[in-house]
Design a protein around this ligand. Structure first.
Ligand code: ASP
Length: 601
């Protein structure tokens, strides 16, 4: 670690000599060493970066003539005056504003319990919207901005009105394909400027998640709880507890401690890069059944231009089976190619075919939506219907499959429970314990270490056994190192492949701030670098800090193989070293012409 004074001088060099760390929104991250009085090296603050996309909503509204409306540029100004949401002395001491060059939009939280400094930068939309005015076009804008700034930030917070937040969260969860970083939506019931507001807590919670935990999901944070975005629904307009997730427990609870329910965190099971797919079919709708609904109403609703309909049925997916007229309309529509998905009107529970009344719908060609919320079902339908390259039948199959943790389909959930694990049972017996909490504690203590050992030895079978115990294979050991870090270092390609296919996150940093990609580069594990890149891994701005100098060092020693690995890792080979010289110039100076040619190519 450099001392404070050194670091500040170096940061001046960085600002003038590299393209890092400069732009109104984004780029760059620092590691800062200082104590609260500014003395060097007594402790280390690792900065993480969060982009806050402000779309509007009550959180930033001001009362004008008795009516609440969004107020442009007001939020950042106010937050800057709140010590709990902005540490101005730290910003001054560490020249934060000079470093990030976006002084008017960037703030920094006080040091967190995990010794992190979350630096957050605002991207404010214009006009700011009440979420009742939002449309799929606005979801696309948010999705595109997440894609645009994806590599520059560790996580994203989206400030949003509560009225349609569940719709946006659901839509973003489908649009964001192979997401590897947290996207957290939040807002408030009372403007942040008011004395009794939930906005300050909600923003703080969302920032702490986005800046500290690699939860690769679109989530919603509200009133001390983090939910999966496509599982929530707004249930109360007059309470701070505005949202519920009836069919899935929260991903995290903010009590005295923050406890993350890692077993519930959703992870993609394919190895592919993050992209945002903004194609949504808008010819979709929600039709709620009610006793006495007329055939004409149903018929009118199911006609063109409608391409897909969510049918909100009774109880566990029932519709009257004594109304042949209705069932005929539904059957005719599905035969014409309209896709109809069956969701329950109940807040909690799932669609099954245990009643004759439910079977009648499935016989009429209706797809089971299991326990999806109407918001999730609608956006999933819109997302699936917009796919150009698959057939109608494949679309129907896709709708009945779990894509982003939005539902539990009937045949899923066969996960072994903790008590099924022989391994844990043996240990539990020898320690004479039996209760679930104690078993869980043993599992949590043992399995990260076991998984790391298995990763080192290339033992995918052991990893699979550990996973079957219900363990999250992204859990880290005492050094914050995950099995993926270990496999990357050891060049265990098969293990890396296996872990990625089980959703291991590529963005987790160990206590030294290193990702598995950085480990693989340093140990020259070419195949691993390739695999990780396929999954969208990239070096964080923080990790890139000294890269120019490293490239120059390799260029000076004519180390072509070393340079090739960095290139494979997607690094800009023209990054200058500490003295502003580019690697090509250095290679020429040292007469390594082959290296210089490679760098130029
Ligand atoms: N009407 C507001 C909105 O959805 C309500 C809120 O933010 O809570 O934008």
């Amino acid at each position: 670690m450099t001392s404070l004074s050194n670091r500040l001088n170096q940061s001046d060099v960085f600002q003038t000599k590299t393209s890092l760390c400069r732009s109104a929104v984004g780029k760059g991250c620092r590691r800062v060493s200082c104590d609260s009085s500014g003395s060097p090296d007594l402790s280390t603050d690792v900065e993480t970066r969060v982009l806050v996309i402000n779309t509007g909503g009550t959180i930033g509204m001001i009362l004008h003539d008795g009516v609440l409306s969004p107020e442009p540029n007001a939020l950042v100004k106010t937050l800057r005056t709140l010590p709990i949401l902005h540490d101005e002395p730290y910003a001054q001491r560490t020249k934060l504003y000079e470093y990030y060059k976006s002084a008017d939009k960037t703030l920094v939280l006080p040091r967190s319990k995990l010794d992190k400094r979350i630096v957050y930068t605002f991207l404010e939309y214009s006009p700011l919207l009440d979420s009742s005015n939002m449309t799929p076009k606005d979801w696309m804008t948010i999705g595109k901005d997440i894609e645009k700034y994806y590599e520059e930030y560790d996580g994203f917070v989206v400030l949003h009105g509560t009225d349609t937040m569940a719709y946006t969260a659901s839509a973003l969860s489908f649009m964001c394909e192979n997401l590897g970083k947290p996207v957290v939506l939040t807002g408030s019931q009372v403007p942040i400027f008011e004395m009794r507001s939930d906005g300050r807590d909600n923003l703080l919670g969302a920032l702490l998640i986005a800046g500290q935990f690699v939860i690769p999901e679109v989530c919603l944070y509200f009133h001390h709880k983090l939910y999966r975005g496509n599982r929530v629904t707004k249930v109360d307009s007059g309470s701070f507890k505005a949202f519920a997730s009836p069919n899935l427990p929260p991903l995290a609870n903010f009590e005295v401690d923050i406890s993350i329910n890692w077993d519930t965190v959703w992870r993609p099971s394919i190895t592919a890069k993050f992209t945002v797919n903004t194609q949504m079919n808008q010819n979709v709708g929600l039709l709620r059944l009610f006793p006495g609904i007329t055939t004409e109403t149903v018929k009118a609703f199911l006609t063109a231009p409608m391409d897909g309909v969510i049918l909100e049925t009774y109880g566990s997916g029932n519709a009257p089976d004594n109304r042949q007229d209705l069932l005929d309309e539904i059957r005719k529509a599905t035969e014409r190619g309209l896709i109809i998905v069956n969701c329950t009107q109940c807040l909690k529970g799932t669609v099954t075919i245990s009643y004759a009344t439910g079977q009648a719908l499935s016989k009429a060609g209706v797809v089971a939506g299991f326990d999806m919320t109407p918001e999730a079902a609608l956006s999933k339908l819109s997302y699936v219907l917009a796919k150009q390259d698959i057939s109608k039948e494949e679309k129907r199959k896709m709708l009945s499959r779990n894509l982003r943790g939005e539902m539990v389909a009937d045949l899923e959930g066969a996960k072994l429970s903790l008590s099924d694990s022989r391994f844990i049972q043996v240990i539990a017996r020898s320690l004479s314990i039996g209760c679930k909490e104690e078993l869980e504690a043993i599992r949590n203590a043992l399995t990260p270490a076991l998984a790391c050992a298995a990763a080192k030895n290339g033992d995918t079978e052991a990893l699979e056994a550990i996973r079957e115990m219900g363990t999250d294979l992204s859990l880290a050991n005492y050094d914050g190192r995950t099995p993926l870090h270990i496999a990357a270092c050891e060049g265990q390609v098969k293990v890396v492949q296996y872990l990625l296919s089980k959703g291991a996150t590529v963005f987790v940093k160990d206590r030294f701030g290193d990702t598995p990609l950085r480990n693989a580069i340093h140990l020259r594990r070419k195949d691993v670098v390739e695999l990780l890149r396929k999954c969208g891994a990239h070096l964080s701005p923080d990790e890139l800090q000294d890269t120019g100098t490293e490239l120059c060092r390799l260029a000076a020693s004519g180390d072509l193989e070393g340079l090739k690995i960095w290139k494979l890792a997607g690094v800009d080979m023209a990054m200058p070293g500490y003295d502003g010289k580019k690697p090509t110039e250095v290679a020429r100076t040292w007469k390594h012409n082959e290296v210089a040619d490679f760098l130029l190519a």
